[in-house]
Design a binder for this molecule. Structure first.
Ligand code: C2E
Ligand code: MG
Ligand code: MG
Length: 420
């Protein structure tokens, strides 16, 4: 460890080989906490006050965690300084200002060109911080490094791991806000990495999502999801759908639909119970083959859902085609729903629009009861989020289903909360 001193801050730098996280915050306690949370993942550099451009350039941070409210400092002007760095770092704004101000700061950062910006409201837990950092890496994954030794993971490692059976699926339930029934589950991949432990997709999915290997990977996930769904159905009488995330490149495959349908018929799961989730971003300019795949999937009875709706560009034109059954409103509009009138207006508009073209609306990322209740009040059909249940392995999902009270009253959604 070595230290550098300039006129505004004392800087402590450690472990040069790790990605560099610069924390600019006047709160010593917060600084110490952050350092503990990311130990062995980031080399943390700390500054108790704003820094001039030349000091910032010297540190060459991969990610900057910025407090907006420091004595005598205008946080937004600091964002402008950060945006003029080359290369631009990723930005994590953590502040105790209310959500609307934090969101404005996020918009400003993005308009200044800091496209990889996420925000957190203080106080910040370890889980929240790590999730936000993982999200930053996930969004910026086209060209930026991952936050720890998982940097060295390659596409070839993923292929090898799929042959070695190191991937497994977690399932997160979707709950009807009208009937309280579990109407579906989303399959979310996890990698039991022999060296790094259990990894979420943020650590690896980008390495495969844009490559031709995505087709085999997706079919592997689909087969695991089909088997698990049949098992859950057999053991627990589950009758809902299973959703699998489909990277856009898979839609370019001429054989994907037939192979998926063969798999469904071989295992005996009705196509109506299988749903493909395609991100709105992936639908920006689908081209003839992707459109043909969507049409064929639909003709076979497979359900289609637009994932992360509202953050891409193409949603409106896509819902007009009538190809889709469902839209999932992006978590960014749900996370601040109870405190942001803007998010409420956007969600209301999406629901209104969806009702006109007969699309089911799912809200993802519901983390508390007030948000759940507001979603219900606004007319969201189905809810998905940590408040209802976190993603869990198939076996735990079976136990979770068993533990659910049979006679749940609509609106009594408090009892959905799980302990993990
Ligand atoms: P997604 O499809 O939008 O999935 C929802 C993500 O939000 C999941 O993250 C889930 O754990 C998380 N989530 C659910 N409820 C909440 C909540 O209340 N609060 C917060 N903060 N997060 C919540 P996960 O499992 O890490 O997956 C991230 C993304 O990785 C997925 O986003 C999807 O785009 C991708 N992904 C996951 N599994 C697969 C897969 O099998 N294939 C492909 N191609 N992509 C996958
Ligand atoms: Mg999804
Ligand atoms: Mg989503």
């Amino acid at each position: 460890m070595h230290s550098v001193t300039n006129n505004t801050a004392t800087i402590f730098t450690a472990a040069d080989e790790l990605p560099r996280l610069l924390v600019i915050d006047d709160d010593c306690f917060f600084q110490a906490q952050i350092k503990l949370y990311v130990v062995n993942r980031y080399a943390v550099t700390q500054s108790l006050s704003a820094m001039p451009m030349d000091a910032l350039s010297l540190i060459r941070a991969d990610t900057i965690l910025l407090d907006l409210n420091m004595p005598g400092v205008d946080g937004v002007s600091l964002i402008k300084t950060i945006a003029s760095l080359n290369p631009k770092p990723k930005l994590l704004i953590a502040s105790s200002y209310d959500n609307s101000i934090i969101e404005l700061a996020r918009s400003a950062a993005q308009l200044y060109g800091l496209t990889q910006t996420v925000v957190l409201q203080k106080p910040v837990s370890k889980d929240q911080l790590l999730q936000a950092l993982a999200e930053l890496e996930f969004r910026g994954s086209n060209h930026l490094p991952l936050p720890c030794a998982t940097d060295n993971i390659s596409q070839a490692d993923i292929i090898k791991a799929s042959h070695a059976g190191e991937f497994l699926l977690f399932y997160q339930p979707q709950i009807s806000l009208e009937s309280d029934d579990i109407v579906g589950i989303e399959a979310l991949v996890r990698w039991d990495h022999p060296q790094f432990g259990r990894l979420t997709p943020a650590f690896f999915i980008h390495l495969i999502e844009d490559s031709a290997d995505a087709i085999e990977f997706t079919l592997m996930v689909a087969e695991m999801a089909i088997r698990d769904t049949l098992r859950i159905s057999r053991e627990q009488g589950f009758r809902g759908n299973v959703s699998v995330n489909i990277p856009p490149i898979v839609l370019m495959s001429e054989t994907f639909t037939d192979r998926l349908c063969d798999m469904l018929s071989l295992h005996g799961l009705s196509p109506e119970r299988f749903q493909c989730e395609i991100t709105e971003r992936g639908l920006d300019s689908p081209g003839p083959q992707a459109s043909a795949t969507l049409a064929r999937l639909r003709m076979k009875g497979i359900q289609l859902s637009i994932d992360d709706f509202g953050v891409g560009q193409s949603g409106l034109s896509k819902i007009k085609t009538g190809a889709f059954d469902e839209i999932k409103i992006d978590r960014s509009f749900i996370s601040d729903l109870t405190c942001s009138l803007d998010s409420q207006s956007i969600v209301k508009s999406i629901i209104h629009l969806a009702s006109l073209v007969n699309l089911r609306v799912v809200a993802e990322g519901i983390e508390d009861n007030p948000t759940l209740m507001l979603c219900k009040q606004l007319g969201v059909a189905n809810a998905q989020g940590f408040y209802c249940a976190r993603p869990m392995p198939a076996e735990e999902f079976c136990s979770w289903l068993r533990a659910r009270p049979d006679n749940q009253q609509p609106g009594s959604l408090l009892s959905f909360r799980t302990g993990f």
